[in-house]
Design a protein around this ligand. Structure first.
Ligand code: SAH
Ligand code: SF4
Length: 386
């Protein structure tokens, strides 16, 4: 049970119906309020012109205002925009907008599609429609992270707090409002700060908000939840959404000793349990699970580990993203050389897997997981706001 009342931005239409009916409002106002917030992205009750004045006042009194304040925007040469956002309690999180730099088939598009767990493009833009630049947004679910992965800035920072559903979905409301001419929000990936399944309730609610037909209406297959492998919650996500939400699993090793050294969560949920959970995920036909594999020099980049990985994943519908580790300040770990990455990929390709090397985008603005926030935490580079 929630101990704090649900923030207005976190409410689903049926919850608005219940609360507004109790106030004697007419039934269609619930849909109108939800439309304003989630379809139009308006959080200022004064601008909700088709609502009665008393209702607008009530919404204002409920604290329906900005849940996130953009504090800094870093733009990289490749068009990636990284937003540092301030929460009401002063904590900061980040979200990244990744536009595909050119049309379908470009490297950036492949990266975005691969990140989004997209298998094919059968429901592509309609013929004759103006070409749009597809944007993938990467969002955060916690301030920091409790999982403690050794190569990850969020993990090293530790968990400060969970985000509410309004703060998770709010990142997308904000990201959508910041789209530029000709851009279209196409995919949302839960790959920013935090472990989404460790904050299950808020993550699940945010998924309902983002995919609601009366709201942003993202297609479930274009929303990807990435997890370090919380076994019971993988089952819960599968059951709650009928397997429709795309799943990405951060594997990073194919044997327990190596994986536990990189990811402490593996001691709680070792590989056999994790693989069983992946096999049980009610994946729709023709869809695949994305396997993320961050290559860390000297840790998990041996071709023998690639062979073990090929064996481990046998029979699972997957595609594999290899991510050469982005160096972080708090650790001396780093990425292997290009030859080593290529050799690792070759083993998997030869074994019949579709396997991409995901180039980090926006490196010039520190687009790696957690890094901007750590940068922002240095007092000399940040101006305090709010
Ligand atoms: N907590 C979730 C989602 C957020 S992390 C998870 O771990 O899946 C998103 C992805 O970025 C994960 O695959 C994670 O392993 C990877 N990652 C984190 N730090 C990284 C780094 N320094 N270099 C490369 N990948 C990193
Ligand atoms: Fe948390 Fe994911 Fe980073 Fe691990 S990789 S510490 S689970 S955010």
């Amino acid at each position: 049970m929630r101990s704090t009342p649900l923030h207005p931005v976190a409410r689903l239409p049926e919850e608005w119906s219940a609360s507004l009916a109790a106030r004697g409002e007419r039934s269609f106002t619930a849909k109108q309020v939800f439309h304003w917030i989630h379809r139009r992205g308006v959080l200022d009750p004064a601008a909700m012109t088709n609502l009665p004045a008393r209702l607008r006042e009530h919404l204002a009194a409920e604290g329906l205002a900005e849940v996130l304040t953009p504090e800094r925007i870093h733009r990289s040469e490749d068009g990636t925009r990284k937003l540092l956002l301030r929460l009401r309690d002063g904590a900061t999180i980040e979200t990244v907008l990744l536009p595909a730099v050119s049309g379908p088939g470009s490297q950036a598009q492949l990266d975005a599609d691969a990140a989004a767990g997209e298998d094919d493009d059968e429901d592509d833009d309609e013929a004759g429609a103006a070409p749009r630049v597809r944007v993938t947004q990467c969002i955060s679910t916690q301030v920091g992270c409790a999982m403690g992965c050794s190569f990850c800035a969020s993990g090293v920072a530790g968990l400060k707090r969970h985000l509410g559903a309004e703060e998770i979905a709010g990142q997308v409301l904000l990201g959508r409002a910041m789209l530029e001419e000709g851009e279209e929000l196409r995919n949302v990936v839960y790959m920013g700060m935090g472990e989404p399944l460790h904050n299950y309730e808020a993550t699940a609610r945010s998924l309902r908000l983002l995919t609601h037909p009366e709201g942003i209406n993202l297609s479930t297959r274009r929303v990807t939840v990435s997890t370090s492998g919380l076994v019971p919650e993988i089952a819960r996500l599968g059951a709650d959404f009928g397997g429709q939400i795309a799943l990405a699993i951060s594997l990073h090793a194919a044997d327990d000793a190596t994986r536990s050294a990189l990811m402490p969560i593996n001691r709680k949920y070792p590989l056999d349990e994790l693989l069983a959970a992946l096999r049980a995920y009610p994946l729709p036909r023709r869809r695949r699970i994305t396997v993320e594999y961050t290559l860390v020099a000297g840790q998990n980049d041996d071709p023998a580990e690639a062979r073990r990985l090929a064996k481990l994943l046998r029979g699972l519908p997957v595609k594999i993203n290899l991510i050469p580790m982005n160096p972080i300040e708090a650790s001396s770990l780093g990425p292997p050389g290009q030859d080593r990455v290529a050799a690792f990929q070759e083993v998997l390709t030869q074994a019949g897997y579709s396997c991409f090397v995901r180039r980090r985008r926006g490196d010039d603005v520190s687009a790696a997981c957690g890094q901007l926030v750590l940068l922002g935490a240095k007092p000399k580079v940040r101006r305090a706001v709010g």
